[in-house]
Design a protein around this ligand. Structure first.
Ligand code: GSH
Length: 233
């Protein structure tokens, strides 16, 4: 990687607050976006296991009882994709993470819809029964559904190193949070999915991944690992 894994001096947005839990992939997407844009906000850690996301204060911000929650003065946003695009549009001039041209922008939107509509629900279906129920393993259907998404992503990467094109954009950040987490449940097979596995390696070398994804991913892995061995059948 070459660069130090410590955070660079960032632009502080003192009027912005992020309520988050590091083990949540949706929260890590926002945290990586902030680091990639070299922005910092007030961060409040919420313990999901203690149901701190369901307190009256949190419910008044987000009745959906999910994290992340982001506040910029009067504006409250409760979806990681919306938060990431808001931050890029409002506080990042370069257009590098979120292209300014409508075509490039809609490619990122397309990836976000895929993440929100396909990838995340499959993560939830596989992980929640283990995290919050008595389930101790993934069933064959859950594994197949996750591998189908790996296949989709493998196809999206034909002829490309990054999902958006020549460099990492918000598409890669959003997918990095989901795929690195799914990879704990169903490892990305480098023979079946060589492009996806190469991309996961490449994105894991990015500074934003090191500073904002690794710790929470370890927490998630530990939480899953506290349970008896996850069986793949
Ligand atoms: N579409 C939402 C999903 C948010 C979501 O479901 N967050 C999870 C954590 S990854 C959550 O807060 N779950 C609450 C719970 O586990 O009770 C987003 O991208 O922000």
């Amino acid at each position: 990687m070459g660069l130090s894994a410590s955070k660079k001096l960032s632009t502080g947005l003192k009027h912005c607050t992020l309520w988050k839990a590091d083990r949540s992939p949706a929260c890590r997407a926002v945290m990586m976006s902030l680091d990639a844009m070299n922005l910092s906000v007030t961060e409040v850690d919420i313990n999901i296991d203690k149901e701190e996301h369901k307190t009256p204060q949190m419910l008044s911000l987000n009745p959906l009882q999910t994290l992340p929650v982001f506040k910029d003065r009067e504006l409250v946003l409760c979806d990681s994709h919306a938060i990431c695009t808001y931050l890029a549009g409002r506080y990042c001039d370069s257009g590098r993470l979120l292209p300014k041209d409508p075509g490039g922008r809609s490619i990122v939107d397309q990836h976000m819809h895929y993440n929100s509509g396909i990838l995340y629900p499959r993560f939830r279906a596989a992980a929640y029964p283990i995290l919050y129920g008595n389930c101790k393993y993934l069933n064959a259907q859950q594994i197949m559904d996750i591998e189908c998404t790996y296949y989709d992503l493998e196809c999206m990467l034909v002829g490309k190193c990054w999902f958006g094109g020549s460099w990492a954009t918000l598409s890669d950040i959003i997918f990095a949070s989901s795929v690195s987490t799914l990879n704990i449940l169903v490892p990305v097979d480098k023979y079946k999915f060589p492009r996806l596995s190469g991309w996961l390696y490449r994105v894991s070398e990015e500074l934003f991944y090191v500073t904002a994804n690794k710790k929470g991913l370890c927490e998630f892995t530990k939480r899953i690992g506290e349970l008896p061995q996850v069986q793949k059948s």
